[in-house]
Design a binder for this molecule. Structure first.
Ligand code: WTA
Length: 665
């Protein structure tokens, strides 16, 4: 497990409890712990009845379901399998003729501060027109469309348009490399790519289209017939004749009215790639019906969204958080939300606070890594401290992506929330589709650093290696014992890997293994996530497989003989990537070592994306191995942290390499 001992200690002494104010409880959708417990009891008493009720309340079905859970082919569970719906109609059409029709759906703030607003009605028209443009390019129900877009209204429109015609989207984060785009386009069999000429981040114009060109030129992507290019800036882009069209060209003459295509509840709404402990990223396949149910319900419960709220989730649409809490959940809930193109530190580290004041944001959802970096900035420059802005519109704060340390929690609570706003520390994963463990703002007493209790119906537990429940206070593996509607359906094209990764035989083959360690508190049974128990790192809330980075390093065949990657704690990014490398030439020192380290960092950034750039690179003549040749990762983790080696090293062939590997470049 990756949590540092000091972090664990500071959480263990955590005994502050923050109950919600009476006022918050009174106004909330789930009002008080009794209401929460009543829902849990309902799910316990009549599991299928509970989910069926929520499915009817949250989803507009074009054909009602008669079946709830089908576990006949477990762990390939099906939910509401004979029901039909359309996800885009569930976000847009449902609001027509209601008060929401002319409400602002999206307040878009560009990198340079320019603001654009669209109402639900306008958004529906834009999605309809775009959906017709996709149809005109021959995209049909069941086809896969790869989206490589900046944070823009157009990015949301592109996803919604795919959903509208029953095409399955696969969004690739705009920070990923050409290689990553190519691998995903091949794996998912994309027929069309939606991208932008450039993206604007922190005042810089960064290319997207040319990366798509590079990816498609690498070969293997012959399924891609068309590339649609959103002209975000006026900078020209290179057109491949017969393949590329600008948005303006594709949209010309298209009608804004596009009837939503009814799909089966199990129809794949999207495939989103995420890192696992082995091999290439996995294409996590989600359903339409079960996903939409939980995306909407959790948006309403966890964020307690009310008519007047202005919601802002800072996640990029390239991640699951952007899928569920930008593109689908808030729209299905009829909320007004902020979509932000830029970065939190441009033009200065007060940007988030300035935007909260400007748009009167009332529910704000971000990642611990952003909070920690803004704490650092505020500490060194008083002018970007949140106290300089009027944040009184805020009523609920959220956190996602990694454990939030109690110190950061307290700062967020005091300096952003004015000691008035509950913080919902939401634990979940790409595979879960939506929230799993989280406080409810009008019910749950909060404990800093704890994601508290599972949502009603989520059968979360902490178990040992044999699958037996552990008592409170004992650390073990986090599992989900019963299926839930928004769960991963399979790994795209690899059902065997799906079974092995998430429903291991050792646990009986029916229990979902999250891959995280957890412990429940002695007093309240509250969950605390202690970090991944597999070889997945969490850097700034981004999942990275150590194997992926190792493969990228050894792919530099002219230079690298062997590489091992581990994580080490980092104050701002949570974890940092530390790579131990054996070169095909004598071990470098001094300036040469620094130069090669830089070359390798840039290489990894090109192979995977800048987020995978190793922070530390260390060179050795060898890696520490057991007699059977297995790399001793425990030793590497100690070295990465700068700890003295206390483990038994008698089995090492060459203990001197430990001194080499302790040296940083
Ligand atoms: C981690 C992001 C502690 C965890 C939604 C999980 C968290 C991985 C929390 C999933 C949290 C996410 N507290 N850890 N509140 N939220 N994690 O798939 O290790 O990008 O397994 O989904 O992030 O990352 P993913």
């Amino acid at each position: 497990m990756s949590a540092s001992p000091s972090a664990i200690e500071s959480v263990l002494i955590e005994n502050r409890v923050f109950p919600p104010s009476e006022e918050t409880v009174k106004a909330a959708r789930i009002s008080g712990m009794e209401a929460y417990e009543a829902l849990c009891a309902e799910a316990e008493r009549d599991f299928e009845g509970y989910w069926a009720r929520l499915a009817r309340e949250n989803v507009i079905w074009t054909k009602p379901f008669t079946q709830v859970l089908d576990d006949s082919n477990a762990p390939f569970y099906k939910w509401f399998a004979d029901g039909e719906l359309n996800a885009s109609a569930n976000c847009l059409d449902r609001h027509m003729g209601t008060e929401v029709e002319h409400k602002t759906a999206i307040i878009f703030e560009a990198d340079d501060g320019a603001v654009t607003r669209v109402t639900y009605r306008e958004l529906l028209k834009r999605v309809g027109r775009f959906a017709n443009a996709l149809k005109a390019q021959g995209v049909k129900k069941g086809d896969r469309v790869l989206i490589y877009m900046p944070m823009t209204i157009e990015g949301v429109v592109a996803m919604q348009a795919c959903a509208r015609i029953g095409a399955t989207h696969s969004v690739v984060f705009g920070g990923f490399s050409a290689k990553a785009v190519q691998e995903r386009a091949i794996d998912v069999g994309a027929v069309l790519v939606i991208t932008a000429n450039y993206q604007m981040r922190g005042g810089k114009e960064l290319p997207l289209k040319s990366i798509v060109d590079e990816a498609l030129a690498m070969g293997g992507c012959e399924s891609v017939r068309t590339v649609l290019v959103y002209e975000r800036t006026s900078t020209p882009w290179n057109r491949v004749q017969g393949r590329d069209l600008s948005f303006a060209e594709a949209l010309e003459g298209q009608d804004a009215d596009c009837p939503p295509v009814s799909v089966n509840a199990e129809h794949p709404l999207f495939v989103l790639y995420t890192s696992g402990s082995t091999g290439k990223p996995k294409g996590v396949q989600h359903s339409t019906g079960g996903y939409m149910l939980w995306a909407r319900q959790t948006a309403l419960w966890t964020f307690d969204l009310q008519d007047k709220d202005v919601f802002w989730c800072t996640a990029d649409i390239g991640w699951i958080t952007g899928h569920t809490y930008v593109t689908y959940g808030p729209l299905a809930a009829g909320a007004t939300q902020v979509v932000f193109e830029g970065v939190p530190t441009y033009p200065n580290a007060g940007r988030f606070w300035q935007m909260i004041e400007r748009h009167k944001v009332s529910v704000f959802y971000t990642a611990p890594t952003a909070i920690r970096s803004l704490i650092k900035a505020a500490d060194s420059d008083d002018k970007v401290h949140p106290k300089n802005w009027d944040l009184s519109s805020l009523r609920i704060l959220g956190s996602v992506g990694e454990p939030i340390n109690p110190e950061a929690w307290m700062w967020y609570y005091k300096n952003v929330g004015g000691e008035r706003c509950p913080i919902v520390d939401t634990f979940w994963q790409t595979e879960n589709g939506a929230h799993v463990i989280t406080p409810l703002p009008g019910a749950t007493p909060l404990v800093p650093g704890s994601c508290t209790l599972p949502l009603p119906g989520m059968a979360v537990a902490v178990v040992d290696e044999t699958g037996h429940d552990l008592p409170n206070g004992a650390g073990g593996m986090l599992v989900i014992k019963r299926p839930w509607p928004s769960m991963i359906r399979t790994i795209w094209g690899d059902p065997e890997r799906f079974k092995k990764s998430y429903f291991p035989e050792e646990l009986g083959g029916r229990i979902y293994l999250a891959g995280d360690g957890a412990v429940r508190s002695e007093d309240r049974g509250y969950f605390r996530i202690t970090g991944r128990i597999d070889d997945v790192l969490n850097v700034s809330g981004h999942r990275m497989g150590t194997m992926e980075i190792e493969s990228a390093l050894v792919a530099k065949t002219d230079l690298v003989a062997e590489a091992a990657v581990v994580g080490r704690p980092d104050d701002v990014t949570g974890e940092a990537i530390c790579a131990f490398v054996v070169l095909k030439r004598p071990r470098p020192e001094g300036e040469e070592a620094q130069q090669i380290a830089k070359e390798l960092r840039d290489w990894v950034a090109r192979e995977i994306g800048p987020i995978a750039r190793p922070k530390d690179i260390r060179f050795g003549e060898n890696l520490p191995k057991t007699r059977s040749g297995k790399i001793m990762r425990r030793l590497l983790r100690s070295l990465a942290k700068g700890e003295a080696i206390t483990q038994d090293t008698s089995t090492l062939e060459n203990p001197a390499i430990l001194d080499q590997l302790a040296q940083t470049n």
